[in-house]
Design a protein around this ligand. Structure first.
Ligand code: FE2
Length: 186
């Protein structure tokens, strides 16, 4: 996939073939776009969440946004190191992001959590794909950067989805007490 302008814009003396650097820059720009997009989706959740557990979720979302800013910065700078042009503006991110738009109907906490679990899972999958592509391109530095990033993203995904699993267990327990069959409940 090629993103807009030519990815290779600057001189780089990194000892990798130019075509490999070009593909790596593409990997990094895709994930940069996803990170910028997701950062602002998480802020959207931070600003618009209401309901029970407001303050803990409001604060959790802000910490996730901080992680995404750091991740975007690292990926943009790796693209630059490889001679690439980092495509990091809001408009470029909107054009290049693989994520769907945020759930603009979400109000209560669980709706925001569901939307964010979905977006974080997609972001994680994109980074995992980027790791495999970077391995094939034989760049251990980008592999390492993306692997460390994925560890943080999956930890953050766990923080998000644990809220929903806790609620599901509560629902299942109440259901058993009330002798009500839950669809799909093993
Ligand atoms: Fe804030």
């Amino acid at each position: 996939m090629t993103l807009g302008n030519a990815d290779m814009k600057f001189t780089s003396h990194v000892n990798l073939p130019a075509d490999a650097r070009e593909d790596l820059i593409d990997v990094l720009n895709v994930n940069l776009a996803n990170a910028v997009d997701l950062h602002w989706q998480v802020k959207q959740a931070h600003w618009n969440i209401r309901g029970k557990h407001f303050i803990s979720r409001h604060q959790l979302f802000d910490s996730l946004a901080d992680h995404l800013r750091t991740q975007a910065d690292a990926m943009a700078e790796r693209a630059g190191t490889l001679g690439g042009y980092a495509e990091g503006t809001i408009r470029l991110a909107a054009k290049n992001s693989q994520l769907p738009e945020y759930d603009l109907q979400a109000v209560d906490g669980d709706a925001h959590l569901s939307a964010l679990v979905d977006r974080f899972a997609r972001y994680a999958a994109s980074i995992r794909d980027g790791i495999q592509r970077s391995e094939a391109l034989e760049d251990p530095v980008t592999v390492d950067l993306l692997t460390q990033t994925l560890g943080v993203v999956e930890l953050d995904l766990w923080f998000l989805e644990s809220h929903l699993q806790g609620d599901a267990r509560t629902t299942a327990n109440r259901s058993r007490r009330d002798d009500v069959q839950l669809p799909g409940n093993a």
